[in-house]
Design a protein around this ligand. Structure first.
Ligand SMILES: Nc1ncnc2c1ncn2[C@@H]1O[C@H](COP(=O)(O)OP(=O)(O)OP(=O)(O)O)[C@@H](O)[C@H]1O
Length: 296
């Protein structure tokens, strides 16, 4: 659906985005992850057409994305709602600024407020809303025109745990019918709803991993053998596994490929071991992320 190809952007002669390329397939929810200053917001602004870039292209179904602005919904980091406006007035105001007709707004505002769970708050002023509710109103503004592609810039980072939960549940709902790009540095949250993660550091993509990679390709397996006969076992596994003794009788097997327990058990069997326990350890996204962004 969206193809980002070799996008380069500089501010004051300093390269901020370097050859950024990735695709966003229809229906996927992509997490844009990276440390502060990595270039996430700059990339989002390039995608939405808020700023220009020097090189590269960004296409929507094969054509310049700028021709499809009506298909994009965008929640910026600082949505500037007027505190004295009600939820309904705020949506009316932003909707008419972006060219939606009065008839469309009359017919859709209540529906959208319902989608984000603010139907009872339509006459509440912005100043009366909690952080989570304000963010839900921001999302209502971003989906008011029913975009096919929704971009959310740091939708959860400024919220308390209750607000974060509200927004996470809403995102899970929205991703069922919209393609979504979410920038965040709260990795645990991202892993709840993202299908894939693009990790950027100093303007470069350093990781493009799927949930599959997270749960399968980075697997490790621990096993423990019975040492009651106190003989240190000689273990030989085939080359696709790396074996490490963690402590006496406890071993860690790692592999870049997925580890199938049945295959591993067959390998262990060949060694005539008395295996007491065997367990997967999922390498979580945070660990992968820290590895990717570490300079060492
Ligand atoms: N308008 C601008 N003029 C000059 N430099 C800018 C401008 N906007 C961003 N930058 C610089 O570009 C770099 C990337 O900023 P950006 O806001 O895209 O990062 P980010 O990954 O979104 O960070 P954060 O997580 O803190 O929001 C930073 O060094 C920032 O100072």
């Amino acid at each position: 659906m969206i193809a980002i190809k070799r996008v380069n952007k500089a501010f004051r002669g300093k390269k901020i985005l370097k050859d950024i390329s990735f695709d966003i397939p229809e229906g996927e929810c992509i997490g844009l992850l990276g440390p502060n200053g990595a270039g996430k917001t700059t990339l989002i602004k390039c995608i939405t057409g808020i700023i220009n870039y020097e090189e590269g292209e960004i296409n929507f179904n094969g054509e310049n994305i700028l021709n499809f602005k009506n298909d994009i919904g965008y929640l910026s980091q600082n949505t500037d709602f007027k505190q004295w406006m009600t939820c309904e007035e705020s949506l009316r105001f932003f909707g008419s600024l972006s060219g939606l007709s009065k008839t469309y707004l009359n017919e859709n505002i209540n529906e959208v407020l319902k989608d984000v769970g603010l139907q009872d708050k339509n006459q509440y002023k912005v100043e009366e809303l909690s952080g989570g509710m304000k963010q839900r109103l921001g999302i209502a503004q971003a989906i008011l025109h029913r975009p096919k592609f929704l971009i959310l810039d740091e939708p959860v980072s400024a919220l308390d745990p209750v607000g974060r939960n509200e927004i996470k549940n809403l995102i899970k709902k929205l991703k069922e019918y919209t393609t979504v790009l979410i920038s965040t540095h709260i990795l645990d949250d991202a892993s709840e709803f993202c299908d894939r993660y693009i990790i950027i550091k100093k303007g470069e993509i350093i990781g493009n991993i799927t949930n599959q990679d997270e749960t399968v390709n980075y697997k490790q397996v621990y096993f423990q053998v019975d040492l009651s006969d106190s003989i240190k076992p000689e273990i030989n596994l085939n080359d696709s596994y790396d074996l490490q003794e963690v402590k006496a009788g406890e071993f860690l097997v790692t592999s870049r490929n997925s580890i199938k327990l049945t295959n591993l058990i067959a390998e262990l069997d060949k060694n005539n071991l008395n295996v007491n326990s065997i367990a997967y350890e999922k390498k979580d996204l945070e660990k992968i992320f820290l590895e990717l962004v570490s300079d060492v």
